[in-house]
Every structure is written in C-alpha cells, then in structure tokens.
Design a protein around this ligand. Structure first.
Ligand code: 5GP
Length: 140
C-alpha cells in the first residue's frame, strides 16, 4: 500500500483544506476532528508522509508523541476532563479511514458516552471555540 498525496490530511498540511488548528511545530500539526466522538476530539499528525504507524519512519514518533502529550494535557485542562483517550488505527480492517498517520486525542469523563467514529459533522463555530480553548490551555 502506498501513500496517497491527495488524502485529506495531506491537503490540510498543504493548506488546501482549512482546519481548526490547535498546535503546530516543525514536525507536527494538531487540529479539531470535524466529526468528533466527544467535545474536544483532536487529531495530531506528523508533517512527514506515511499511511499510518506501520510504514512511518520511527524518527517521527518522538516529536509526534511529545505533541500528543501536550495536546492531551491541554485537553484535560480545557475540557475539564478526568482522563484522556488516545486512539490510533492502522488500515481499514482496524478502522482507519484517512490514510495519513494520525493520533486521536479524546478528553474523557467517567460514564460519558462516545459518539460513533466518523459520525456527524460538528458545528464549525463550536469547533473554532474549542480550538481556541485548546490554544489558551497550550498558551500558543
Ligand atoms: P481514522 O478513522 O482514519 O482513524 O480517523 C479519521 C478521522 O478524521 C475521523 O475521526 C474523522 O472524523 C476525521 N476527519 C475526516 N475528514 C476530516 C476533515 O476533512 N477534517 C478533519 N479535521 N477531520 C476529518
């Protein structure tokens, strides 16, 4: 399986499709998931191309997971979460739908239900507000 340079996250990285940005550095971009399973559902992606974890250059993992940790702590603060769920899918059989490596960050509260994966599109004004809450928690 090869990397498709026209996948949606590659287009977001090239600025061809907008996103509600949370955090960016030389190696990663973090933004709101447009079909969130909970309020504050974020995605963290490396800038380097790979379909998923299976074909990624191991060098991407250190900066990627450093950013995941930052965003997870910000999720806890900004969404008053009791815990943070980190999810990452590899290939269709495992639930992957967008073929650029990404890590899901979901703020969690005890007993709170998760909406379906890739379910309903969220209101853009709400996502913009939530991205702002993340940026305030990250102080960026
Ligand atoms: P996967 O199933 O590949 O792990 O997850 C892909 C995620 O990307 C899903 O949670 C889906 O809601 C999200 N997603 C799909 N298209 C877009 C998009 O155009 N923009 C953003 N921000 N998220 C997307």
């Amino acid at each position: 399986m090869t990397y498709d340079t026209n996948n949606i996250f590659a287009k977001i990285l090239r600025g061809e499709i907008p996103c509600h940005k949370i955090y960016e550095d030389a190696h990663v971009l973090a933004f709101m998931d447009v079909m969130p399973q909970v309020d504050g559902h974020a995605l963290v992606i490396p800038k380097a191309p790979s379909r998923n974890l299976l074909d990624a250059d191991p060098a991407v993992f250190a900066p990627l997971f450093a950013a995941v940790q930052k965003v997870a702590n910000a999720a806890k603060q900004a969404f008053d979460a009791e815990g943070v769920l980190i999810k990452q899918f590899n290939e269709a059989a495992a639930g992957q739908t967008v073929y650029h490596l990404h890590v899901h960050v979901l703020p969690r509260k005890d007993g709170q239900e998760l909406k379906p994966h890739s379910g309903k599109m969220a209101d853009h004004a709400l996502l913009a507000k939530q991205a702002e809450a993340y940026r305030a928690a990250l102080k960026v």
